[in-house]
Design a binder for this molecule. Sequence first.
Ligand code: SF4
Ligand code: SF4
Length: 473
Amino acid sequence: MVYDPKSKKAEEFINHQEILETLEYAQKNKHNVELIDSIINKAKARKGLSYREAAVLLDCDIKEKNEEIYALAEQIKKDFYGNRIVMFAPLYLSNYCVNGCVYCPYHAQNKVIRRKKLTQEEIEKEVIALQDMGHKRLALEAGEDPVNNPIEYILESIKTIYSIKHKNGAIRRVNVNIAATTVENYKKLKDAGIGTYILFQETYHKESYEKLHPTGPKHNYAYHTEAMDRAMEAGIDDVGLGVLFGLELYRYEFAGLLMHAEHLEAAFGVGPHTISVPRIRHADDIDASSFDNGIDDDVFAKIVACIRIAVPYTGMIISTRESQQCRERVLHLGISQISGGSKTSVGGYAVPEPEYDKSEQFDVSDTRTLDEIVKWLMEMGYIPSFCTACYREGRTGDRFMSLCKSGQIINCCHPNALMTLKEYLTDYASPETKELGLKLIEKEIEKVKSQKVKIIAINHLKEIEDGKRDFRF
Ligand code: SF4
Ligand code: SF4
């Protein structure tokens, strides 16, 4: 197999030999100051780096150079995303699953975990509970099970979710994280109005992949790895990548992840919309410590910083798998989206699950409420954003990426963040959070560069007080 970023064959665009050579090159050059300086300089142009260049930065262990890498990641984060953090919550529809993934408690051999699939009435209750928290953006999750969770069930659930308007609430963007499927099914998801299609690769290492997925359709490495190509072929042009750090050597995964991003760019002209960086966690019958490739918080921070530098225009997501402390550390290095108030069980937002009968996919580390997280973000100077404007305005795929790469997207993101935060503060926040948020909006609105946009945004902020909702640029 020869490496070819444009190929549609998994083992050609994620090429094992090329990754091994990349890792060797990175090891050899990890003290090569001249090369490291030239890579950092290239990254300063904010046009990204190749996986090979990024791998050298990841391996670099020269203290001063690492400080430069962190500072650059922070600066790029500020340039592209300002101080905004987009909020979302996961919604688990069903934990029925026919696969045998050894790191996930939903694997088919687990006869102990409570199996559950939400009915449309239950979904309605969950969505009302999520809307009452203030959420506007969801990530749908479901196991792979053609009998219990066929595509029709997912489509019906999306329709239900979009249809619910409780008080001033609405779910305005539904991202979907379901198993690799056919072009035909991706077309159906596209027609249902999904935001991003998210699918974690788990590991790019084929041999490990096959061992970690011993049974079920997910065992097929090529079918799984080529899923994003099929999704894009079907017209879904916002796709979200991710690996589960801890399954394989992190250096291998890092190179594979960026290689995948380069493939999408080469084959479709659009890189990934988002990259998620989950680390393996304890859950039901899963002991995270039994996986040998766990990474500590320092390595994790370095990975986040290097991804930020390598693909500056790609959103980065961190979930409640990570603790408050860890999230705090990586927020300024590149993370642009976080979940809050999450439940990783099937249901549990409307009525919490009893302790003795849980259906969680993994233990949540950051258990704070959405209001606490919003307040915490603002105390650190971030603007929590509930914006969902782009896909609703048709800004997806290459249209979105060109605005992103030119830095123009900030003219939409900033006022949209302030207007959606105002909605949150008006409808859902505690008095302390509201007070803090209103002051923040007052200060931040002055930073809107275009006078025209600023006047419109100020008017909309006032109209929100009068009960109007859903303004966007
Ligand atoms: S990771 Fe996904 S496919 Fe694998 S067992 Fe869990 S729910 Fe099923
Ligand atoms: S304007 Fe677009 S890119 Fe910016 S926060 Fe909203 S949806 Fe995201």
